[in-house]
Design a protein around this ligand. Structure first.
Ligand code: FNR
Length: 387
């Protein structure tokens, strides 16, 4: 039965499952190994209990805040998701437009399909840009130059992918070793037939990674591209490379993929403006802690001095509230926006974000707090995940 009025992230997930080819749905939905970390990312939010407070004047509740120096309608940004442009026609451009309409930042992945210029034009404002370090540093420089020229001022540097995690669903779907190259191989097989991907996802345009194609000799050809991608992901990166990145990038630098308090300190010491607590949505090392569990120790290590964001398992406006109560300044969401994009296109993403903003506002009212900045440990019912 099609769902007329999707209300939750789970509803959008169900719609996405109905609409996408199996291998694409599994690519979004799946995690590494036995998917234990993927599951606990979500479950651990459920075990955080909040205090209900009454008889507080909550007529004027304000969900607005600033993230990375940008005004946001609520403390939430859309996380970078590779290949998201496959999930609906010109997908990243549509999702970015929905985010802009909701007053929220959108992050474009290095391995997104739509180029920065297209996304910027669609949204009417430049997105945040996510970077994976490539062996070819001159290609990185060229990408950063383009991002800056497009008006992007926030760079999200992802550090938890020296190699792609082992994702069994992808293996079962013929994406032999998981990862970008395997995904491309599978997609090119699908493209060889007329069907969903060609008709819906690409909208008549060629399949390329919009922000990388110019860096690759013959990069608008998928085969040339596949060989290049395979050789480019750089597993030798250390904190020392942040100094180099800092020289190339004058804007804000958020380091994404930190799960350990020591690493969070190292990120700040190496020059980051902010840290994103993340385990890549449970797609990398299965068995690591959920992000909400890891958050308090990291918040304590950073002592409120550095912008602290979290992603992984955030599935509602109430979860946004919980993340803030445990020390984050804001959250990123990955799968929920991609499910909504696949299930309902641009209006699906808009509907999801509107729903969450309302849910956050209602949570604030029922917890007796009127400003996002005032959400804190005092709203928790009991000590959770103490450092
Ligand atoms: C991701 N993520 C990701 N992160 C990144 O920095 N660059 C990328 O290209 C991708 N690609 C990607 C693809 C897919 C299909 C998923 C699900 C995730 C990780 C993403 O930014 C974020 O950290 C997680 O998705 C957060 O977890 P939730 O919200 O999906 O539970």
């Amino acid at each position: 039965m099609p769902l007329a009025y999707p209300a939750t992230a789970a509803d959008w997930r169900r719609l996405a499952q109905q609409r996408l080819p199996r291998f694409l749905f599994d690519y979004i939905d799946g995690g590494a190994g036995d998917e234990a970390t993927l599951a606990t990312n979500v479950q651990d939010f459920c075990s955080v209990r909040l205090r209900q407070r009454v008889m507080v004047d909550v007529q004027q509740v304000d969900t607005r805040t600033r993230l990375a120096g940008q005004d946001c309608a609520m403390p939430l940004a859309l996380a970078p998701v590779g290949l998201a442009g496959m999930m609906a026609r010109r997908g990243e451009a549509r999702a970015a437009r929905a985010a802009a309409a909701a007053g929220l930042p959108f992050t474009l992945s290095t391995v997104g399909i739509c180029p920065l210029d297209e996304v910027t034009a669609a949204a009417g404002a430049p997105p945040w840009f996510q970077l994976y370090m490539l062996r070819d540093r001159s290609a990185v420089q060229a990408i950063l130059h383009k991002a800056w020229a497009a008006g992007t001022r926030t760079l999200v540097f992802t550090v938890d992918l020296p190699t792609t995690g082992v994702r069994h669903r992808d293996t079962r779907n013929g994406m032999a070793h998981g990862g970008t190259r395997a995904a491309l191989l599978r997609i090119s097989q699908v493209l060889a037939r007329p069907g969903w991907v060609r008709r819906v996802a690409l909208g008549g345009k060629p399949l390329t990674f919009g922000n990388l194609a110019d860096q690759v000799p013959g990069g608008h050809d998928l085969n040339a591209f596949k060989a290049w991608v395979d050789a480019q992901f750089d597993a030798s990166v250390t904190w020392r490379d942040i100094a180099w990145l800092r020289q190339q990038w004058q804007g804000r630098l958020l380091i994404k993929g930190v799960l350990d308090a020591e690493d969070a300190r190292a990120a700040v010491d190496s020059g980051a403006d902010g840290v994103v607590v993340s385990n890549h949505g449970g797609r990398q090392l299965d068995g690591v802690a959920s992000t909400i569990r890891a958050l308090p120790a990291i918040a304590q290590a950073l002592g409120g001095q550095t912008e602290l964001l979290l992603d992984g398992g955030v599935r509602s406006g109430v979860d946004v509230f919980k993340a803030l109560a445990l020390g984050a300044h804001g959250v990123l969401i990955g799968r929920p926006w991609v499910w909504a994009l696949a299930g309902g296109g641009e209006s699906g993403v808009r509907s999801l974000l509107q729903g969450w903003q309302r849910e956050l506002a209602v949570a604030m009212m029922l917890a007796g707090v009127t400003r996002v900045q005032d959400i804190g440990a005092q709203h928790l019912d009991g000590p959770f995940f103490q450092p």
